[in-house]
Write a protein that binds this ligand. Structure first.
Ligand code: NAD
Ligand code: MG
Ligand code: MG
Ligand code: MG
Ligand code: MG
Ligand code: MG
Length: 349
């Protein structure tokens, strides 16, 4: 694979005027899966007067929910048969199996196979036939936001990428789909499967999920080991992070520093670079290399094939961490938190 060039142009961006819903007319869109993304795509498409079918397993707990939303629900293979455009919105680690069993046998020349994340196409878990369009429309937000913002008249920005243009119309179809879920109201940025997949994995591993939670835990541990009360350490290292992230989200790092006290700003600017230094960056680069080489993808698929032994072990270990214990108690004092669900189910092996 080729490395991206050091200096990239600004991403090409498309808006409502660049996309035409008529490019989907006469087509049936099958949304496979009705989770975070699936429910939002299916409902937005339906509100945009598209011909939508939801594909689920017969035993799926979402079946009734989708029907109650007024959608037509079919078993996955029936939905694959019915659809001209198939959007695959089930968890990435199950997509290859479901594709083999229930989707591939029903693909016809000129159909389109769509994804909201490039993992399986990029790492070769799914290899669609040559006569099928393959492209991605990936909202840069969770499904509930994709749905809510759409009903309010705007949209969540999306990425789109064409992996294979068998019909010559893949790009038009992708942009029309993005329009139908509200994406072009905000802007749809062009990328590649490789760029989307690799940056998504790197971001969640090094910064968003892995990096941020370890930073929080390490700070909490330092305070508790120094004899401070865990409740106070929790507030300082975890709870207050939301305020900081909200400020960055709304106005960048500068806005955040503008809003906090001058003492916090000076302390952060002068000390932060001692916590995250060039060695941290070196380790981040190693993590990026594991993503780029496919080492991470192989590890994750092997972990699934073996029934998730390490995943379950690491999840349990985190659950036993003092920050999680004290957090449960403190959050029960915060009755404005809408969903105080404090445990999550085991992952399905
Ligand atoms: P999810 O876990 O919320 O939903 C999964 C859905 O798939 C559920 O309806 C479940 O019942 C169904 N499902 C599970 N196994 C199935 C099977 N074997 N056969 C049929 N249906 C099955 O998933 P999600 O988070 O919406 O992710 C879907 C895709 O969207 C993934 O490719 C993900 O990377 C991508 N994505 C997610 C987000 C996000 O914020 N959640 C954002 C952008 C892209
Ligand atoms: Mg079909
Ligand atoms: Mg992501
Ligand atoms: Mg991801
Ligand atoms: Mg403080
Ligand atoms: Mg200030």
């Amino acid at each position: 694979t080729t490395k991206p060039t050091k200096e990239k142009m600004k991403a090409q961006t498309y808006y409502n005027g660049d996309a035409n819903l008529n490019d989907l007319s006469g087509k049936t869109i099958s949304v496979i899966g009705y989770g975070s993304q699936g429910h939002a795509h299916a409902q937005n498409l339906s509100d945009s007067r598209m011909n939508v079918v939801v594909g689920l397993r017969k035993e799926s707990s979402s079946w009734n929910e989708a029907e109650e939303a007024g959608l037509t629900v079919m078993e996955t293979s029936e939905a694959a048969k019915a659809g001209d455009i198939l959007m695959v919105l089930i968890p990435d680690q199950h997509q290859a199996d479901v594709y083999k069993k229930s989707i591939e046998p029903h693909l016809e020349a000129g159909n389109a196979l769509m994804f909201a994340h490039g993992f399986n196409i990029h790492f070769g878990g799914i290899t669609p036939p040559d006569d099928v369009d393959v492209f991605m429309v990936a909202p840069k937000g969770p499904g509930h936001l994709v749905r809510r913002v759409f009903t309010e008249g705007s949209g969540v920005p999306c990425l789109f990428a064409v992996h294979r243009d068998a019909t010559g119309t893949a790009k038009k179809t992708a942009l029309a789909y993005a329009k139908a879920i509200g994406g072009t109201r905000a802007g749809v940025l062009e990328t590649t499967f490789r760029e989307e997949t690799e940056t998504d994995l790197f971001g969640e591993q090094a910064v968003l999920c892995g990096g941020a939670s370890e930073l929080v835990k390490a700070g909490f541990e330092v305070l508790v080991e120094a004899g401070y009360q865990p409740e106070i350490a929790y507030f300082e290292c975890l709870h207050e992070l939301k305020l900081i992230v909200d400020l960055m989200y709304e106005g960048g790092i500068e806005r955040m520093y503008y809003s906090v006290s001058d003492t916090a700003e000076y302390g952060g600017l002068s000390r932060g670079t001692r916590v995250i230094d060039h060695n941290t960056k070196k380790r981040m680069k190693m993590i990026l290399e594991e993503v780029q080489s496919g080492f991470f993808a192989d590890e994750w698929m092997k972990e699934n094939a073996e029934g998730l032994p390490n995943h379950i072990r690491m999840r349990k270990k985190l659950g036993n961490h003092k920050i999680e214990q004290v957090g449960k108690e403190l959050r029960s004092m915060m009755n404005w938190i809408p969903d105080n669900k404090q445990s999550r189910p085991e992952p399905e092996p």
